[in-house]
Design a protein around this ligand. Structure first.
Ligand code: SAM
Length: 232
């Protein structure tokens, strides 16, 4: 019996889950549904093909380049998924806290880093509460446009609060789908925000300075530094 060929029904469901349509974005605008959406996507391993897609590998390399060769003692990868990019972050970072709200993803990340004292894997919803410390580097890639505007602003403030003085915040978001809709005069589906709106919002935070802003046809990477003096 061949277990590797899914039935037509399972294959159709996988295609529906993997296909990113406006209808699904509208549905996932609800707080609990966005989590169910990600859980469903992680029914298959590496749903965004981070390990195999040439585009994703190039985006990961560009993200590491954007860090500009700086070394970080303590980093956090918010929305780490299965930890595929987190493992590349171990290059410039001594220790990493990897957080995600998907149980399936965090289980795989836990297996990936089992026995590695440099990575702490945590099941955590960044919308639901603060983490108890600050970091030299906060990475948030491909996550913030799955939120409503109100959620985004609360989480954005939380992310800024995680950055230690003189620490960096690295944002990475795909531009193609969301920004093209907005550029064409359309409105973003409920619960989704464009990479441009997200990155520009952080650029307006007084205590952050934009160090690098890499705009490519399909993604944007922005590195911001908390330049304000401690206590300021
Ligand atoms: C599109 S994937 C990106 C994964 C990885 N950051 C990357 O860019 O390769 C988005 C990830 O963010 C996680 N995520 C979304 N909303 C989250 C939240 N509120 N708290 C924690 N993780 C979240 C999802 O479970 C998923 O693993």
């Amino acid at each position: 019996m061949n277990h590797s060929v899914p039935s037509a029904g399972v294959a159709a469901m996988r295609r529906w889950i993997a296909d990113d349509t406006p209808l699904k974005r509208a549905l996932t605008a609800r707080r609990w549904m966005v989590r169910a959406y990600f859980e469903a996507r992680y029914v298959v391993a590496d749903p965004w093909h981070l390990a195999t897609s040439a585009y994703e590998r190039e985006r990961a390399r560009a993200t590491l380049d954007a860090l500009g060769g700086r070394r970080y003692a303590e980093a956090i990868d918010v929305g780490c998924g299965e930890g595929i990019f987190t493992s590349q972050l171990l290059g410039p970072c001594d220790r990493i806290v990897a957080v995600d709200f998907s149980s399936l993803a965090i289980r795989r990340a836990g297996r990936r880093f089992a026995g590695n004292p440099r990575v702490e894997v945590r099941h955590h919803d960044i919308r639901s509460g603060p983490l108890d410390r600050s970091f030299d580097l906060v990475v948030c890639a491909e996550l913030l446009y799955y939120m409503s505007r109100a959620e985004f602003e609360a989480v954005g403030a939380r992310l800024v609060g995680l950055v230690a003085p003189m620490g960096d915040l690295c944002l990475v978001h795909g531009t193609s789908g969301h920004d093209a809709t907005l550029a064409a005069g359309g409105t973003a589906p409920p619960g989704s925000m464009s990479a441009g709106a997200i990155h520009d919002w952080f650029g307006r935070i007084r205590r952050l300075t934009v160090v690098r802003d890499v705009v490519r046809p399909r993604y944007r990477i922005t590195l911001l530094r908390r330049t304000e003096a401690p206590g300021g």
